[in-house]
Design a protein around this ligand. Structure first.
Ligand SMILES: Nc1ncnc2c1ncn2[C@@H]1O[C@H](COP(=O)(O)OP(=O)(O)OP(=O)(O)O)[C@@H](O)[C@H]1O
Length: 300
């Protein structure tokens, strides 16, 4: 385990938007799934040390981020940002060379060529500027930049959402082939299926279901996971529309999903604690009914 969030609450100003999340980044890839506004990027920013928790801790090995060696942390944990963030005026080679650790500048040209090859690009592209590359090539450059410091963990926020399906599949193959671990943020379930052994489903800033990705997708135990899965989770498909907004119920007033939940019962006015159900942790009073395939109405 490289990073761990322990009962982390995050927010902007005084408004919390992620509530008491506990989550380990373990081997085999970890997915954070949820619709727009559910808090995925906010949690990723905390894992990158860019947002300080209102309460709880981010652990890096056996130290909290407050006490950790930040130089080592910044080398170990690298974001993979959107390709649009590449400086349009800068040549690709310079852009990658800038990310290299200080001591390695003398051999930079050679190292840039190696990194370009590692991500499946012709080293000759180093002389070009971003607009002279395709979207898929630009995304590979972004990955090469992140790999420049030989990180242990990549934090990827929708790394392929701007790409067409075939290019997307090739970038996923590349990501799957890398040695670094992954925290992957997406609304696209096909992407987590390919890259993450474990997944966490966020709704309105709370983890509602966690477990092996395979199990979550094959047989969800939370009605929200089921809604996400059923809402066109094709590779390259649009974000699920049938699921509406994440901020359905204010915090502290029962299950956050209950106003949209086809299985809601009066008991759901009491917030469900996460509990172990089969292979996963799920925060739902009716997880067993969901697993059994119930589609609506109260338990009789
Ligand atoms: N800089 C900010 N200042 C204030 N509120 C913010 C800020 N960034 C995000 N938020 C709010 O925090 C909540 C969670 O946003 P976040 O970006 O983490 O969600 P997300 O799941 O990553 O969504 P998306 O998939 O659209 O990126 C939202 O209600 C959003 O409006």
């Amino acid at each position: 385990m490289i990073l761990r969030a322990e009962r982390v609450t995050l927010g902007y100003g005084r408004r919390p938007v992620v509530h008491e999340v506990t989550l380990d980044i373990t081997e085999g890839g970890v997915g954070l799934i949820g619709e727009s506004g559910s808090g995925k990027t906010t949690l990723a920013r905390a894992f990158l040390g860019l947002l300080t928790p209102m309460s709880g801790n981010i652990w890096y090995g056996d130290q909290t981020l407050k006490k950790a060696d930040l130089r080592k942390f910044r080398k170990d944990v690298q974001p993979v940002f959107q390709a649009e963030a590449l400086d349009p005026r800068m040549r690709i080679g310079t852009s990658i060379a800038e990310a290299l650790p200080r001591g390695s500048r003398p051999g930079a040209k050679q190292r840039v060529a190696e990194l370009l090859e590692q991500v499946g690009l012709d080293p000759g592209l180093a002389a070009r500027r971003p607009h002279q590359l395709s979207g898929g090539q630009r995304q590979r450059v972004v990955i090469a930049r992140a790999l420049a410091v030989d990180p242990r963990l990549l934090i990827l926020d929708e790394p392929t959402s701007a790409l067409d399906v075939t290019v997307q599949a090739r970038i996923l193959d590349l990501l799957a082939s890398l040695d670094a671990e992954r925290l992957l943020i997406t609304h696209n379930l096909a992407v987590v299926e390919r890259l993450c052994r474990t997944s966490h489903v966020l709704f309105a800033g709370r983890v509602v279901e966690s477990g092996p990705t395979r199990d979550l997708l094959a047989n969800p135990a939370h009605p929200y996971t089921r809604a996400l899965r059923d809402a066109v989770p094709r590779l390259g498909g649009p974000p699920p529309e049938a699921t509406g907004r994440a901020e359905a119920v204010p915090a502290g007033t029962g299950c956050p999903f209950r106003l949209r939940c086809p299985l809601a019962v009066p008991e759901c006015e009491r917030a469900p604690e996460p509990r172990d159900v089969e292979s996963r942790q799920v925060a739902c009073h009716r997880a067993e009914d969901v697993l059994a395939g119930a589609s609506g109405g109260p338990v009789t």
